[in-house]
Design a protein around this ligand. Structure first.
Ligand code: ASP
Length: 342
């Protein structure tokens, strides 16, 4: 049986092609994929395409778009062996994290890719990324089950767990990294899967898609010189229920009394505050220094080695489920789909 794959095109740089007459870059019509990327034919897969009515630059991505992608996957889940989502790179790690939470019990590959140069450019990385993403989505293990059963980002030489990924470079072809988790596959002459690192749902259950992500969350990034007034102002932002506090090093923050008080008060008032490190690599370790201890005493939750992208989308997902605050906090301490090391 030929692998059956669905490409979902959302927009981004990958979808641009040069008009042969005017030489201007214009959105690529993915319904003409085979004509424009003839190499895809050699894969001998059955490929269908679906595209956003108006493809977007991923800087405009929002939870409604995530719901559109998730719904498309849900609607055709049984028809396809795998899904390739074409997406701008700027918010790709947020989308990958969000989808990993929204697609509960996922047991098929959802491979997100894009490119730094338009697919219609001579030196494009888009063609290779697209073809490799299709190959990864079609790959099976020795039992014939999908090799990848999670949301992953394929970019240049790496296949990365989606909710562990971060965009690291604005111009390098190797633009993404998973700083706290091994790569799922190395893309070189061969695609070499790191089978021990691949996610498997603990118990096989039917796919359950959660479309509601609550946007009433925000980041607070610490910096030396932040005043009490600024911090209190941010914590009093109307309608915000949950904050991702981006702290220093191993989860450290100022140990001034006003700082700890402001956070403790916010927590007492029912806000959820999740501590992640500003460092691209490493984890929050609240007991390492006195400067991390205050946060713990204030009721701030340690986010371990969560990425910022996974932290903010996990809050959106948990609040979107309509859970009480205590249950949200409980789930923040657990890994739901491989997003953190516990
Ligand atoms: N601004 C573009 C986007 O994220 C950049 C890209 O596609 O790489 O949609």
């Amino acid at each position: 049986m030929r692998p059956r794959l669905l490409i979902i095109y959302t927009g981004g740089t990958i979808g641009m092609i040069e008009n042969p007459v005017t030489h201007a870059l214009q959105p690529f019509d993915f319904s003409h994929l085979m004509e424009n990327v003839p190499k895809v034919k050699k894969l001998d897969y059955e490929i269908d395409n679906l595209q956003f009515a108006s493809p977007i630059d991923s800087s405009n991505m929002n939870p409604a778009h995530w719901a559109e992608i998730a719904s498309a996957i849900e609607a055709s889940y049984d028809q396809y062996d795998g899904f390739v989502v074409l997406h701008g790179t700027d918010t790709m790690a947020f989308t990958a994290s969000a989808l990993s939470f929204m697609l509960e019990n996922l047991s098929k590959p959802v491979i997100i890719t894009g490119s730094q140069l338009p697919i219609g450019e001579v030196r494009t990385d888009g063609e290779e990324n697209l073809i490799t993403a299709l190959q990864v989505a079609a790959a099976v293990d020795h039992r014939g089950d999908p090799m990848v059963q999670e949301v992953a980002i394929l970019f240049e030489n790496h296949l990365l767990r989606g909710n562990r990924s971060t965009k690291m470079s604005a111009d390098n072809f190797n633009a993404f990294a998973s700083n706290n988790y091994p790569e799922l596959a190395r893309i070189g002459l061969d695609i070499t899967f790191n089978e021990d690192a691949l996610y498997r749902v603990p118990t096989r259950r039917p796919l359950k898609v959660r479309l509601t992500m609550d946007p009433h969350v925000m980041f607070i990034t610490l910096h030396p010189g932040m005043t009490e007034k600024t911090l209190r102002h941010l914590l009093a932002t109307p309608d915000v229920k949950g904050f991702v506090l981006k702290t220093y090093g191993a989860g450290n923050s100022p140990s001034y009394e006003w700082f700890t008080h402001a956070l403790a008060e916010a927590v007492e008032n029912g806000l959820v505050i999740l501590n992640v490190t500003q460092c691209p690599n490493g984890a929050v370790n609240p007991v390492l220094y006195e400067t991390g201890d205050g946060l713990q005493r204030a009721g701030v939750i340690a986010g371990g080695d969560l990425t910022s992208e996974a932290a903010i989308t996990k809050l959106m997902y948990l609040f979107g489920l309509g859970l009480p605050t205590d249950t949200v906090k409980k789930y923040l301490r657990h890994s739901l789909c491989g997003e953190m090391t516990v």
